[in-house]
Design a protein around this ligand. Sequence first.
Ligand code: UDP
Length: 381
Amino acid sequence: MNFAIAGAGFSGAILANELAKAGHKIKVFESRDHLAGNCYTERDSKSGIMIHKYGPHIFHTDNEEVWKYVNQITEFMPYVNRVKTTSQGRVFSLPINLLTINQYFNKTFNPIEAKEFIQSIAFNTIEDPKSFEEQALKFIGRELYEAFFRGYTIKQWGINPQALPASILKRLPVRFNYDDNYFNHKYQGMPKSGYTVIVETLLDHGNISVLLNTPFQSELVDEFDHVFYTGPIDAWFGYSEGMLGYRTLDFVREDHEGDYQGCAVMNYGDEEIPYTRITEHKYFSPWEQHDRTVIFKEYSRACEAQDIPYYPIRLINEKSLLRLYIEKAKREKKVSFLGRLGTYRYLDMDVTIAEALAASKESLVRIRNNQVIPPFFVDPL
Ligand code: UDP
């Protein structure tokens, strides 16, 4: 069959690859001038450093199948994300762990003492935390919340943490030992040659043609047996119901000799510092040697029509808007929506990959059985 895939990020590339291997013909439409979406990496021509153009991407997963899948495509190097944060004029270890607690309160607590201490300052009366702020107060108390989360979150989301869902903070652990690995997952690593090569490899197949600088036009639907759309769901409908809210990021680059901050990621917890974090990209490839360094100051702001969407906001208003788009999408006969933008969800790379593999499998079964391919493979709500 003949399929169109809109978007050459992970979702589109995996789907294209799986369908092509099953003998179908695929045309991939990509509006940008490069592959790999926001995972795009390139070697900087000036410094030779591997740059994560749309912000740092660290691969981490508990999913064995996904880990095997990406390792078959490219070589992954051991990498552990260890993040620091600057707050109130001092540097601390993240995620909040025993070192952070001892540094912040100037103590030498052991794990049991630290736990007791945090319990004594936490808001235990909050039973079922609804907002980001309640979740933070319940787990770490006011001081740590204000030092590390309040300012950062206001900058990152442009919204008072009282209005944000608790789920955003649930991404981060609090530890009563000295483990400063930012993630809890079993597997973690960094692709030795960057992420772009993964997508290039997936799309390098005789049955796949790729058009860069070519947004998919909905008039083309009838030229294909089915369309898989990984762009923003509201854009597909010409924003007929209004625009779904996203945060976008601006990266301000600086070049320096030697070292700049001594680690890959330094967050800034204070609201007065306008950027959320500084990333020093040579530290994402610690197996390489570079005399110079490139850093990016990262600023978050509301995403406008011409900006690149990063983080879906998904508050109450956006969710009711999303519901309208889902209803419209379900009435489409020949289009499936998937991926971060197609389903308007805050997805990590491993989840995106797992979902794209599952969507490919389901599509192939449906094709074989002469059944309709569904508009969604997951429930976006
Ligand atoms: N966060 C924070 N301070 C930090 C790091 C994270 O307040 O130093 C909050 C912030 O609201 C962020 C959320 O925790 O959106 C989840 O953090 P994570 O590091 O998972 O964000 P991402 O990697 O998606 O940017």
